[in-house]
Design a protein. Structure first.
Length: 383
């Protein structure tokens, strides 16, 4: 797999925010606090594991305000009050901030040297209001290799669906010509046709609700000999032993329904996950389809690896929930949920650049030694 090509940063993230007037939607007559300073203070607080409550984030900003002023070389500034913090965050231009974030973190997406990306949504549970069952949802595109988020968008779970949000993200961010892994929710002709038309490649999960296609794939798996196979080594973790077996089959065009043919669907992939825990054996079979034809073992292995690596985005969601306590932060303002979500994405990308195995331990290290965090943010050109 190719290595991402990243442009050299010519300015710090703090300076970029400070020099983007359209980011701040406050009336100029009422501005008393530096938006760049507040957002940077929140990034520092998130890096110290203070997520889960605006009050905790605010207290961290106040307690380390002097150090932040020294690091940013600002004077004559006072910390924002707890009451004003959500009001200011609600006035941040969210789409503009996301553009700045991913432009600053950007990688060059080469059409010839395609890369694998996972796409999936995660609900911000703290945004769910009383009497409702859904809240705001963040949709991310994650690089399989670097585990960094390269694009994201939001939608309201009470009004909209993840399907069009993912399709729009793929289209607007120029991901359609890349290699994309998706779960079974996105096995729809329109999304897959968009990727196939742009000469991109996909591997997407298949669920039983796609009755005809699912039946075709199960029959193919049962009665045909696989073109290529692979058996991974057993893995011991969490008190259980796991092993994965992969098989790939060619799907004949005449056997696939007409509505799938424009999506280029031509390969079936089968994954058998065997588990043993406390002497009990279990087996789970999963099916996936792709528009990438398989002519040799290397091409089959690439698709097998893409299926396995798709779960990196679930790992990222777990880190947001467990290490950063994302779902604990409750707010009734949509804009606040979304801007704090984008700040977490910034922090996730920064911490992934360290390649640490234990993110919680890294957060504790920064919390115990704020000078180390300032040094890290300076090295990463945040400050």
């Amino acid at each position: 797999m190719t290595t991402a090509s990243c442009p050299i940063k010519t300015t710090t993230f703090f300076q970029l925010i400070d020099n983007t007037p359209e980011l701040d939607m406050r009336d100029n007559r009422g501005k008393r606090h530096s938006l760049a300073l507040v957002l940077t203070g929140l990034v520092a607080a998130l890096c110290c594991g203070r997520d889960g409550s605006l009050s905790r984030l605010h207290r961290h900003m106040v307690n380390h305000f002097k150090s932040l002023l020294e690091a940013t070389q600002l004077t004559d500034h006072k910390p924002i009050s707890r009451a004003q913090l959500p009001l200011l965050l609600a006035k941040v231009n969210g789409p503009c901030f996301a553009h700045i974030l991913f432009d600053w973190f950007s990688i060059v997406l080469d059409e010839k040297q395609k890369r694998w990306f996972s796409l999936d949504g995660k609900e911000l549970r703290g945004s769910i209001q009383n009497g409702q069952s859904r809240g705001e949802v963040i949709v991310s595109a994650l690089d399989h290799q670097t585990h960094q988020v390269v694009a994201q968008t939001y939608y309201s779970g009470t009004k909209e669906s993840e399907r069009p949000a993912v399709t729009q993200l793929i289209d607007k961010q120029g991901l359609a010509h890349q290699k994309l892994s998706l779960d079974g929710l996105h096995l729809i002709p329109s999304t897959l046709q968009l990727i196939h038309t742009e000469r991109g490649q996909y591997v997407v999960g298949l669920k039983p609700n796609q009755v005809y296609l699912y039946r075709l794939c199960t029959v193919t798996d049962l009665f045909e000999v696989a073109d290529y196979e692979r058996i991974d080594s057993t893995v011991k973790k969490h008190g259980r032993v796991e092993q994965r077996r992969y098989r790939s089959f060619t799907l004949r065009a005449c056997s696939v329904a007409l509505r799938w043919q424009k999506a280029g669907l031509c390969t079936l992939l089968c994954v058998v996950r065997s588990r043993e825990k406390s002497g009990l054996l279990s087996e789970e079979v999963g099916y996936y389809v792709s528009n990438q034809s398989v002519a040799n073992q290397a091409q089959a292995d690439e698709l097998f690896d893409a299926i396995r690596n798709h779960w990196a985005i679930e790992v990222m969601h777990h880190k947001r929930d467990v290490s950063l306590s994302e779902d604990d932060l409750r707010t009734g303002k949509v804009a606040v949920s979304r801007i704090t979500g984008s700040l977490r994405t910034l922090v996730i990308n920064l911490l992934e650049s360290l390649k640490v195995k234990n993110m919680a331990a890294q957060l504790d290290l920064f919390a115990d030694n704020f000078a180390t965090l300032i040094q890290f943010l300076t090295q990463q050109m945040v400050l």
